[in-house]
Design a protein around this ligand. Structure first.
Ligand code: UDP
Length: 508
């Protein structure tokens, strides 16, 4: 890329695994391609977690910096530094508490500036940290806001929080127009999480989201974890809305998943204990027909209600399709507690084991191994952005069951814009009938009709995703020809030019 390798970039992800992992992925990518030093800052427990993951990278140029943080000072339970340890209702408290990182983060930047003799080239912070724009300015650098979601989801999320358009909708109609989107993309009130549905600008969520999002739009630019060709339309809408440069540098997935390598080095979540080993899972998948298996998982921290669990279990059994289901205690029970057979129809686990129809995996499964196996034909997912990119990168169509964050908008896009999904239901308050599960599962796995169409669309997107991180000469660290590598190149070139212009104008 031809850049000087004494540059330093400092990153600050939001304290959630779904953010820490893409930030780390991007840190590795940018370090490998530029030779820059990257420091990822976060609270002590999150740094511990990153430490166990970065140990495998062997890069002495990715540093981790602890920022002091004491959860009990913010009314949070002891040692709570990650959304993973909080109920949904308390996540907003962690968000408010994250503002206390401002001073320690600024001190870190001063420290680095002193040691290097110049400020970092830029800081890259989560879109939840709008305050970082001012911190960057005071430290003599610029903030780049990083959305770990896709373009469509990011635009919807930002626009909804900033404008709360559903509050002024026609009371007789549950659909409404969302600024930033064309008229045809009407949003439905059920696509909004209850925090957003109930927000009025004065509640705790609005008081955090509105200033942080609007300040983050004062950044030098935005990085988006997506692929130009996959979301070209949504990227155009996003760019028009945010009015700052947007570089699409995704997908931030393990290279082994994208280059069909046989090394399967997917060590993303070293702190999780899978309910089944990857080897056992692959052994079982090897016995199934190509594109026949349904994989069911609701991400790293969600679960469904007890009655929905019954409906899903019945539907899966009646559909007779082979399945792998990552199963957790239903809502209202300790997610880290044991699983009780009474949450499933009588004799279910035994029957499924005898008929060998499926694998019930407790709590955590080796998702990347499953999605990249040729037997996996569809993914029943909560539509978290990482799961979406992982599935699409393997050409696996999706059955949407969005729950929180921007998942409802991701699901809407997968259905309406990409034609790679159908939605089963939304949220955890709905009733899920076995017959509905059976119907959508059969539809998506059908080798003809709509099922086939979705599969073809998903395969086309998989090709675009893989091409975006294509190397000219093959192997890692080479000169990238794919659009995401070009975008990363543009991003770095723009920062270096800015630095040169600043130095020249300082000299004048
Ligand atoms: N994941 C996994 N095994 C599981 C559940 C989740 O490996 O049993 C991983 C999945 O591959 C993805 C991440 O956890 O990388 C979930 O991220 P996503 O954005 O999909 O959802 P979130 O957990 O942030 O809601």
């Amino acid at each position: 890329m031809g850049c000087s390798d004494d540059e330093h970039i400092v990153m600050l992800p939001m304290m959630a695994h779904g953010h820490l992992i893409p930030f780390l992925g991007f840190a590795k990518q940018i370090q490998q391609r530029t030779g820059f030093t990257i420091t990822i800052a976060n609270t002590p427990l999150n740094i511990n977690y990153l430490q166990s993951t970065t140990a495998t990278t062997n890069s002495s140029k990715i540093h981790l910096a602890e920022l002091p943080f004491c959860s009990t000072h913010h009314g949070l339970p002891p040692n709570t530094e990650n959304t993973e340890n909080l109920s949904l209702d308390r996540i907003v408290d962690l968000l408010h508490a994250s503002k206390s990182l401002k001073t320690p983060f600024y001190n870190l930047l001063l420290d680095i500036t002193q040691k290097q003799g110049k400020p970092p080239l830029c800081i890259i912070t989560d879109t939840f940290f709008g305050w970082a724009v001012d911190v960057a300015k005071s430290a003599g650098t610029v903030n780049v806001t990083f959305s770990t979601g896709g373009a469509y989801g990011t635009l919807a999320y930002m626009s909804l929080w900033l404008t709360l358009p559903h509050r002024n909708r026609n009371p007789d109609c549950d659909e409404f127009y969302l600024p930033g989107f064309p008229d045809r993309c009407r949003f439905h009130i059920t696509q909004l999480h209850r925090f957003l549905r109930n927000a009025d600008g004065t509640d705790s969520w609005s008081r955090f989201m509105q200033p942080q999002i609007s300040e983050s739009l004062e950044s030098y630019g935005m990085l988006c974890n997506t692929v130009e060709e996959v979301e070209s339309q949504a990227l155009e809408w996003l760019r028009n809305f945010v009015k700052i440069p947007v570089w699409s540098i995704g997908p931030l997935l393990p290279p082994a998943l994208l280059n069909n390598s046989s090394s399967n080095d997917y060590k993303q979540h070293s702190s999780k204990v899978p309910g089944i080993s990857a080897e056992k899972c692959l052994e079982w998948l090897d016995l199934q027909d190509a594109d026949s298996v349904l994989y069911v998982s609701f991400g790293s921290q969600n679960t469904i209600s007890a009655s929905q669990m019954m409906g899903l279990a019945i539907g899966l059994e009646e559909s007779k399709v082979p399945f792998i289901w990552v199963i957790r205690p239903p809502i209202g029970f300790d997610l880290k507690g044991g699983f009780r057979s009474e949450w499933l129809p009588e004799g279910y686990e035994e029957r499924i084991a005898i008929t060998k129809q499926g694998l019930l995996v407790k709590n955590w499964a080796p998702q990347l191994d499953i999605l990249s196996h040729k037997s996996t034909g569809a993914f029943l997912s909560h539509c978290g952005w990482n799961s979406v990119m992982e599935s699409l990168s393997q050409g696996v169509p999706i059955i949407g069951w969005p729950m929180a964050a921007e998942q409802g908008y991701n699901s809407k896009m997968l259905v309406e814009e990409m034609g790679v999904a159908v939605e089963l239901t939304r949220g955890v308050q709905t009733s899920v009938e076995g017959k509905d599960v059976k119907r959508v599962v059969e539809l998506v796995l059908d080798k003809r009709g709509k099922g086939r169409e979705m599969k073809e669309n998903a395969i086309k997107i998989a090709k675009q995703i893989k091409a975006s991180v294509m190397e000219k000469g093959g192997g890692g660290g080479g000169e990238g020809t794919g659009s995401s590598f070009k975008s990363l190149n543009d991003f770095v070139t723009s920062l270096i030019r800015r630095r040169e212009t600043t130095i020249t104008s300082d000299v004048k």
